[in-house]
Design a protein around this ligand. Sequence first.
Ligand code: NCD
Ligand code: ZN
Length: 348
Amino acid sequence: MNSDSLSLTLPDDWHLHLRDDEALHTTVPHSARCFGRAITMPNLKSPVTSVDAALDYRDRILSYVPQANRFQPLMTLYLTDSLSPQEIDKARETDCVVAVKYYPAGATTNSDNGVTEISRIYPVIERMIEHDMPLLVHGEVTDHCIDIFDRERQFIQTILQPLIRHYPTLKLVLEHITTSHAVDFVQQQPANIAATITAHHLLYNRNDLLAGGIRPHFYCLPLLKRSSHQQALIEAAISGNPSFFLGTDSAPHGRASKETDCGCAGIYSAPAAIELYAEVFDSHAALEKLEAFASFYGADFYGLPHNQSSITLLRKDWHMPSEYRLAGDVVVPIRAGDTIAWQLESNS
Ligand code: NCD
Ligand code: ZN
């Protein structure tokens, strides 16, 4: 490796929103550029709550994968109060429905059908433990009395800690962590508890969202936090601890639904995903740690093989377009109209 070029085993994205139908025309090629597999989140407008729905959704995604590209969506089920343990058995019989996503009801985009009370889903969790299937957790309480910047910490204390005390062998990913509390928590757990970290929470903090104006394209959930939390996330990502791995949480929304008086949450980072992580690791003199974070630790956690092919990144500026077409609207990507310091050379 010379300092202007970096070859990596093909990475995977362990947290991705592809949306559906026409939007897949935009989102699938963007992620398939630089990822071999992606955990595909089930929070569609009509959430993916059955194995049959997940397999149909997978077929729709695959129909948008560019020719000669071998991108594989790994499907997830959306956990509702009424998901049955038998559906977990059915998922296990497929190779491609690999996890269950837990959204507290009302926590984020399209989460109204989420879990209202954790004990209601204990039978499903017990079946997941039998099958060694991970529970993917949106870790924020929804109680309006709790300050929005404290909702992750509160979730860890009041929901997550009791849950893993009750089920210490449950495989669990705390998704898109944003605080030093989450970092400390995961560091203290055994290897069955992991966390994904987004590029935007590594690159930005709440000043980017609010200082100097309200920036709707930096609005995501969980919210960007203060700089000290950003630093804790960076340290975790570059630490070489296999419990922290890449998950972009790339979450496109049309411009019209972001730039409005009640804009929705989500940052679209897929067009520059791996390049943005390279920027972070590079600026902390940790490029040699990127491959394991992006290409090994997640696969190891899920019990999947590492990808066989590789990609090369070059230290070379390029210009992010100001928007991409998205199903009859446009989506404004992260760094719109600005420079990205690394560039994907090729899939080999
Ligand atoms: C995600 C979305 O738009 O689907 N939004 C976000 O801000 N991250 C949902 C989620 O992962 O919370
Ligand atoms: Zn998400």
